[in-house]
Design a protein around this ligand. Sequence first.
Ligand code: XIL
Length: 299
Amino acid sequence: ATTLGAAAAGSGRYFGTAVSLSKLGDSTYSTILDREFNMITAENEMKWDTIEPSRGSFNFAPADSIVSHASAHGQRMRGHTLVWHSQLPSWVSSITDADTLRSVMNNHITTAMTHYKGKIYAWDVVNEAFADGSTQLRSSVFENVLGNGFVEEAFRTARNADPSATLCYNDYNIENWFDAKTQGVYSMVKDFKSRGVPIDCVGFQSHFGTSGPPASFQTTLSNFAALGVDVQITELDIAEASTTAYTDTVRACLNVARCTGITVWGIRDSDSWRTGENPLLFDNSGNKKPAYGAVLTAL
Ligand code: XIL
């Protein structure tokens, strides 16, 4: 295969990227997007501050434009993200009453998932709920007002809203099997599976430093998969785009049957949120970097 998407499809996987609506009119950007990628995550346009900026008033237009681009180019969509402490409007973070927050959270999930029903392959239902260096949930308005049960509630609501979407828990710093945070998420998923709480997938953001994935990354992916969930690499970028580090990351996924796909967090280095770290597969002019070749070969 000669493109990332086709190479990944050769083993039944997808290869995706984060997309910013503001760049779709840039033909260098959209040419690479439509040539190489068969899965899209909206980089910001499906986050709470964009889609429900004030209570009950939904703004789907920016994300709708990305979804129609995807549909016109045969690309699937990951939905990112429904419940997250960040990019959360202050009208939500200032809620102190549990019944109000529960109803607001469930309405947000149900309205967004209903709007996109049948158009989103996988949703990041809850993003980054665990605290770094800990097995516990982080402090957030959801945790503080609703308690630990908010994660389960969110997944149950999501399943009812779109029963055919793959429901994911997504986080960073859960790639190393020996980190407390990884163990915390693993225990939650194990508990959810044992009690029938609807969870289908765990997303590993995989924002790596120059040394790339931890040595245990494949072990982590396969241990989670053994719980009966898909695993996905959802926001991959690697400081300075080391070819070895990209190769190791792709191999870890390919060696795990239930690792269903890889998404990089942007196209060109100039599109990256990690300014100055050159972590992506294309340079600022849209040329393929050595890491691109390494990934294509490894797929
Ligand atoms: C980032 C976007 O790339 C930036 O444009 C935005 O300013 C902040 O968010 N974890 C996530 C992503 O789940 O949504 C974040 O995306 C990167 C970290």
